[in-house]
Design a protein around this ligand. Structure first.
Ligand code: MN
Length: 284
């Protein structure tokens, strides 16, 4: 199942080129009082909501996808966790370009560990990427993004995919330079998820997915998730040693080779096998 959020918090199931509006199912969520849960309550409830979505699709109003504004398919992730250099070819290009890639940040993922992006940086596929500091080099990074479905702590890689609710395309927009990653990658609109979430059972094995990113007519990134240094299971094992993973937490799995600068006026198109594609304008 492909689940999207659109038009101000409405929930849809994507069917072909249409969205079936199943927002009425949200009435099944428990009502909350302060203090609110720190996880994403829709993702936490997905195992019970999904059959209700399936039932609601039959009579749901349908809207052409082209006419809706797509938001991040996870509205309230508690954490945006991200893997630094996690493809060997991207590590090689970073090592080769000392002017762009700060030496302090060019190490193997097993040594660097993971980092966090601010949740305030998160937007969906119909937003613009707004260049925040025009005097600095800002790069695109396309990544497979994993949506955690169940609370996970000290999970083994072999068991890790049981904790995944689904997958989506992630863009980890990045200012190059010497500061900590969490600062350079957390400007407003510098974390993108979309166009929708594909549930784990629909996507299947995440280890052989082609991913691509173009800027305008120019192909920039072409890779396959089989070349991840730490795959999805490895990353969940690693992350869950440090953090308790909660429903709705996002794991950006790292970008492959071919990163490059973007500027206002550019159009970014990104796609991943069995998920779909998104297209976004870069503005100032
Ligand atoms: Mn990245």
């Amino acid at each position: 199942m492909k689940i999207c959020l659109f038009n101000g918090g409405r929930v849809g199931v994507v069917i072909g080129d249409d969205v079936a509006d199943v927002t009425s199912v949200l009435d099944r969520l428990p009502s909350f009082r302060y203090p609110l849960p720190r996880n994403d309550v829709l993702i936490a409830a997905l195992p019970t909501l999904q059959p209700a979505f399936e039932a609601a699709v039959v009579a749901a109003p349908r809207i052409p996808l082209a006419e809706v504004l797509l938001e991040s398919p996870v509205a309230n992730p508690g954490k945006l966790i991200a893997a630094p250099v996690n493809y060997q070819a991207h590590l090689d290009e970073a090592i080769a370009d000392e002017a762009t890639f700060s030496r302090a940040h060019v190490r193997k993922i097993q040594e660097t560990g993971l980092f966090l992006k601010a949740t305030s940086s998160l937007v969906g596929a119909s937003a613009d990427i707004v260049i925040g500091l025009p005097d600095r080099r800002t790069d695109h990074e396309v990544e497979l993004a994993v949506v955690i479905g169940k609370t996970a702590k000290n999970v083994l890689a072999a068991d890790a995919l049981q904790y995944v609710a689904g997958y989506t395309i992630g863009l980890d927009i990045t200012i190059r330079g010497p500061e900590e990653r969490s600062l350079r990658k957390s400007l407003d609109s510098y974390s993108v998820l979309g166009p929708w979430l594909v549930t784990a059972e629909e996507l299947g094995d995440p280890s052989g997915l082609d991913l691509a990113l173009d800027v305008g007519d120019e192909p920039r990134q072409r890779a396959n998730t089989r070349d991840l240094i730490m795959n999805v299971g490895d990353l969940i094992e690693f992350a869950s040693k440090f953090y308790t993973l909660e429903p709705g937490d996002i794991l950006f799995t790292g970008t492959p080779e071919g990163v490059g600068p973007i500027q206002p006026g550019d159009t970014i198109r990104a796609s991943i096998d069995r998920i779909g594609a998104l297209e976004m304008a870069v503005t100032q």
